[in-house]
Design a protein around this ligand. Sequence first.
Ligand SMILES: Cc1cc2nc3c(=O)[nH]c(=O)nc-3n(C[C@H](O)[C@H](O)[C@H](O)COP(=O)(O)O)c2cc1C
Length: 225
Amino acid sequence: MSKKLSVSEAVYARKSIRAFLDTPVSDELIRKVLSKASRAPSGGNVQPWRVYVLNGGVIDRFKAIVRAKVEAGETETPEYAVYPKPLKEPYRSSRFKIGEDMYALLKIPRSDKPARLRRLTHNFRFFDAPAALFCFIDRDMGPPQWSDLGMFLQTAMLLFQEIGVDTCAQEAWARWPRTVAEFVGAPPELMLFSGLAIGHHDPNHSVNDLVSDREPLERFATFLK
Ligand SMILES: Cc1cc2nc3c(=O)[nH]c(=O)nc-3n(C[C@H](O)[C@H](O)[C@H](O)COP(=O)(O)O)c2cc1C
């Protein structure tokens, strides 16, 4: 296990990993991280996150089910729209750039739409991660509680990073709400928010060289005088 990181080090070390090794991550370790992550703050301390963990033979079974559906060209009505339509500036350009930067590393040109679509389906095998979780929320909850889920997930991602385990949050799973809910046995009142792939990054895969941009402080923060 690698040396523990400070919070700042973990923040800078974390990035979305989109190609994992098959090195296992134990349930025990995931249990420890999730217990700690539950110290994340939430408005009114309602703690609205509901989590299902898939590991070992379970995640293999789930991947096989989804692979069959993807290969058969099946689709489901998405649980929610991931982005507003249209996505206005400057958000649209930011989203466009991360996609273009990723496909450039993968050497998939804009003209090769089928290859880009095939690459997107790697989401639905958790980028080959050996473990994953799904984060759900009660359908009665609103935007404030959804933001609590983000705090929980980022806390979990940093805690994983602290012990040298990589992650990728995956709202792409919103496209498979029925399959996911049925497999994990989530009650109907729960709504799928995001997946989280968990594992160790493949250092030899070019997609993991992707380093995302950030806006300068002046673009998003205003200091009143
Ligand atoms: C809630 C959430 C959902 C995300 N869903 C996906 C996804 O479905 N597929 C994917 O490849 N990346 C996904 N990402 C990763 C973002 O693209 C990534 O966080 C962003 O580009 C910044 O890059 P970084 O995480 O490497 O810093 C998601 C991130 C968040 C926070």
